[in-house]
Design a protein around this ligand. Sequence first.
Ligand code: AKG
Length: 247
Amino acid sequence: MLETSQIRAFNENGFVTVKGIYTEQEMEELEDAFDQTVSFGLRDFTHGEWRQNRPEAKSVEGLHDVQKYHQGWAKLLLSHLPLIEGFVDLMGPNVELHHTKLFRKGTEKGIGFPMHQDAAWMRHEKDSLLAAIVHISDATEEMGCLKVFPGSHKLGHLPIFSEKGRYLDPQQYPISDATPLPAWRGDVVYFHYLTIHGSDINTTGRIRKSVLLQVRDPSDHNIDGRHEGNHAAGMMLAGLRPHPQKR
Ligand SMILES: O=C(O)CCC(=O)C(=O)O
């Protein structure tokens, strides 16, 4: 369960970092699931034409729907009570899976993500979507940790700069001006889908490993058709789907 101060910080800033959700034993199981899942092959998750801006960087690789590859994700992500209770505290009793994905930000300058709002990929009527990033390795600033513009979830839906990469104007929202959220193995960052976020290049020799769980209120609806129906959305992680006859 989150503390009142954590819920207040989330409402104010659009994100909150929470420690102590996983035991060390669970972290070992998560890392095992991560390592076995990446062996199925990853794809390049670099946002659109972003690489042109950072020609010196290599790709960031990832994979959607991690639960298809290893049972550990069902146990440690989709039905992990302390993780899911965090969502309940932040958004209410009913929590539906939207999608999962993992990232492997490699050494040799694994590229980051330009600053963006997740809403640009999956706009919903009630803006109920939240995500949690579970850090499976440390993510220091040098390793390209998550960066955010605190409070930006209150700005509403901002115009996108790149149609393909769906990121924001890099002059207006440079990664260098964003607040770094360095995290240690086991830390979980919850954030709103309107919070402007991204990350920079991994300049170290250490691989940054993370997995992301995105959820929504089951009474919310996608309104832009993007990211809809192509992932394993629909599983109820907490509470109940509103009954169609009671709507
Ligand atoms: O993990 C990161 O560095 C950023 C991930 C991200 O921006 C996203 O999944 O939308």
